[in-house]
Design a protein around this ligand. Structure first.
Ligand SMILES: [Fe+2]
Ligand SMILES: [Fe+2]
Length: 284
């Protein structure tokens, strides 16, 4: 099917990929993404950023005091959170809170399924990184942002994107083709465009733009995103149903040691753990 036959002329006008029509990502989360880690100055800067916004401070403190973090004592200030959690962990919280705030304005079932998929992918990538001694916080952030292009498409062109979902896919690669046909852009191109417009570090550009390209698969923590995305889909956190997706056990078997052995053998168990983490984030 060609783009001309897939969508009418009027729809094509509506489907123009126009960055000006996409709501801006929360400035605090963007600044946090661009802050380099590892110095006292960056920790203080991050702290000040969070403290400058009451809603952000409140949400970060709620997550810091949730079972997700499980500190024995109550965290009562952003400064205390920064000391106890450190820069990287605090930054992943800011990005999670930022993405949630970003999506809250249009929390349709489609956006909700994008959000759940992103969190599931982030949790899986973080766990894999932990056991491979990679940067787990970067892996989490990469996981939560990898499909940001899809989130923007679902916000900008919800009806066309609903048709992509309705069509489903025989193979994972078919999804990008369907998006191109029905929306005029695929979510990797959309992700590249957003990450460039938001001026995010190059590491995120590669993740948002290339996570479905087997030839461009990244190494290190970024390389955990494609298998984590696939595993999230297999666990039921998929945005688009793929009719020939691999099973949980098949995907897990392809995970490198020792990450593989640290995941539960039963899909339901991991599914439950992720659902609990999503619930904790949502209730914060
Ligand atoms: Fe994707
Ligand atoms: Fe994904």
């Amino acid at each position: 099917m060609t783009p001309a036959t897939a969508i009418s002329k009027a729809e094509q006008t509506e489907l123009r990929w126009d960055l000006d029509r996409i709501p801006p990502f929360p400035a605090i989360a963007l600044k946090a993404l661009n802050l380099m880690s590892g110095t006292d100055t960056s920790l203080l800067e991050l702290c000040n950023l969070i403290r400058s916004d009451l809603a952000f401070s409140t949400a970060v403190l709620r997550i810091a005091n949730s079972p997700l973090v499980a500190f024995s004592k109550e965290i009562t200030s952003v400064l205390q959170a920064s000391i106890l959690l450190g820069f990287q962990r605090l930054r992943t919280m800011v990005i999670t809170v930022g993405l949630r705030a970003y999506l809250k304005g249009s929390f349709t079932p489609l956006i909700q399924s994008c959000w759940h998929h992103s969190i599931a992918c982030a949790i899986i990538a973080e766990r894999s990184a932990k056991w491979r001694f990679l940067d787990k916080d970067f892996a989490y952030t990469a996981g939560i942002l990898h499909d940001i292009g899809r989130v923007a498409m679902a916000t900008l062109m919800p009806e066309a994107y609903a048709r992509v979902i309705e069509r489903g896919a025989d193979q994972p690669q078919d999804i990008l083709q369907s998006e191109l046909e029905l929306c005029g852009i695929d979510h990797c191109q959309a992700g590249r465009s957003l990450v460039t417009a938001w001026n995010l570090p190059d590491a995120f550009l590669a993740i948002a733009a290339c996570h479905h390209n087997p030839e461009a698969r990244a190494v290190g923590a970024a390389g955990l995103v494609p298998p984590s995305c696939e595993l999230a889909d297999a666990l039921g956190f998929a945005v688009i149903r793929c009719r020939s997706g691999r099973s949980y056990a098949e995907i897990l078997a392809a995970f490198p040691e020792p990450a593989r052995n640290r995941f539960p053998a039963e899909a339901e168990e991991l599914c439950c753990e992720i659902a609990n983490e999503i619930a904790a984030i949502e209730s914060a």
